[in-house]
Design a binder for this molecule. Structure first.
Ligand SMILES: [Zn+2]
Length: 340
């Protein structure tokens, strides 16, 4: 059924700050969303329904049953198939808005693919769950003068901040160092779906303001909100700091890839191997792996179970190995069954 734009967006156009002209701006808007877990799903869902004309959905992971509590774009069939989140998200978006263009990218954002994945958009949104990727986005955005919106949620608490390069403080102005070591994550502290959807709603609204040209209406503070304790606060972000390594010194260490390991911990009890140049033939590999454990594959992922480990392999050779936090074990499993 073809739905006219007039009909589809009629209630949004009635909102005078958007109106017909704002709706046209949204249709021309181009947005990249990095990470399509809970925050990313909610962001993409809202922006796709609002009629943002182009959405690039970048995610490195696949759908699991424990995602369904909060990741609004996925259903049980996606988890049963272990579909990559970018693929499942694009399918779902096309089912409710076939007017817009969705570009699904199953990839781990890294210094070497940053310009390919983040170029050609007006705005970058943060749907990630880690500071390493956020600093990379921040470097790329500040270096290329592309606005981005930082969004995070854990437990019952979330934060959001707009970063308008040259105009407002960036992530490195506010947090010069990554708070690694003691960071709470969804894997350790749990998460309320309402907290993450609240922060995503706030970030999506800021994105819409930006895309329709209502820049003066955008928030200039770091906002935090706890839905359980009923606490909220705003800290003035201010202007770009001259002492900031990004804004002031123009030193982009994360973009340069300094200190980035080849293997990283990825959630609780799993390790990611960042191969990107080892195209894998799933049918052929399935045949080789079958004598060593249970193996299943579809067009997008191959899963291999060898107790107590579970390996998920993507077509470019990237792998997520569950059941260990020992990078040496992960590397040796990968070398043994995929290649060294
Ligand atoms: Zn800065």
């Amino acid at each position: 059924m073809k739905i006219s734009s007039n009909e589809r967006y009629s209630r949004q156009v009635l909102f005078t700050a958007i109106g017909p002209e704002g709706q046209e701006h949204l249709a021309r808007g181009r947005v990249a969303v990095v990470g399509c877990g809970a925050t990313g799903s909610a962001l993409v869902n809202l922006l796709a329904r609002s009629g943002v004309g182009f959405l690039r959905v970048i995610d490195r992971d696949y759908v699991e049953p424990s995602n369904l509590q909060r990741q609004v774009l996925f259903d049980e069939a996606d988890a049963a198939e272990s579909l990559p989140k970018a693929i499942a998200a694009a399918r779902k978006i096309r089912s409710f808005n076939s007017d817009i263009v969705v570009e699904e990218r199953v990839a781990d954002l890294a210094p070497e693919n940053c310009s390919e994945l983040l170029s050609g958009v007006d705005l970058i949104l943060d749907g990630t769950d880690n500071f390493q990727t956020r600093y990379l986005i921040n470097d790329y955005a500040v270096a290329n003068l592309i606005p981005w919106i930082y969004t995070a949620a854990v437990g019952s608490y979330g934060v959001a901040m707009n970063i308008l390069p040259g105009e407002t403080a960036c992530l490195a102005c506010v947090f010069p160092e990554s708070p690694h070591g003691t960071v709470e994550t969804c894997d350790t502290s749990g998460i309320l779906n309402s907290a993450v959807n609240l922060m995503a709603s706030i970030a999506a609204t800021e994105a819409i303001k930006f895309l329709v040209g209502a820049r003066e209406a955008m928030r200039r503070t770091l906002l935090s909100w706890d839905v359980w304790r009923n606490e909220s606060s705003e800290v003035k972000g201010g202007r770009p700091t001259p002492a900031c390594r990004c804004c002031g010194q123009k030193v982009f260490v994360h973009l340069a890839g300094e200190g980035r390991p080849h293997i990283t911990l990825c959630g609780r009890n799993s390790v990611q191997i960042h191969e990107q140049h080892r195209p894998v033939n799933f049918s052929e590999l399935s045949g080789r792996l079958a004598p060593h454990g249970l193996v299943k594959h579809n067009d997008f992922v191959l899963k291999f179970w060898r107790e107590p480990y579970e390996m998920t392999l993507f077509p470019d050779g990237r792998a997520i190995i569950k059941g260990t936090t020992d990078t040496a074990i992960a590397r040796s499993l990968y070398a043994r069954f995929v290649g060294s």
